[in-house]
Design a protein. Sequence first.
Length: 116
Amino acid sequence: MLSTATQNHVKGNKMSHADAITKIEINHDIKEPPMFKVIYINDNQTTMEFVIETLITFFNYTAETAVQITDDIHTAGSAVVAVLPHEIAEQKGIEVTIHARSQNYPLQIKLEPETV
């Protein structure tokens, strides 16, 4: 049996808007967004307690994990605290920086593309 649109076309009738057929093509070439590392840089003024607080508040780490990451930052001079899509990494970096400045801390956040 022919569809209404096909029947109308065969009979020479004009198709109504409702008879229009939509062809959808699926794009299989969609790529994941590029990921970026959020890096905290150690300094001599930002307290470890403040860094722990930001890791818990902004990155949802447990207290235990936040303490370990903070120790890594202190020991190595910097540490990757998260790997996120660029827009989210940038937003988190801005939020933490604004919070740090509001508390008079010079905490520096750096973003770097993740290399695979």
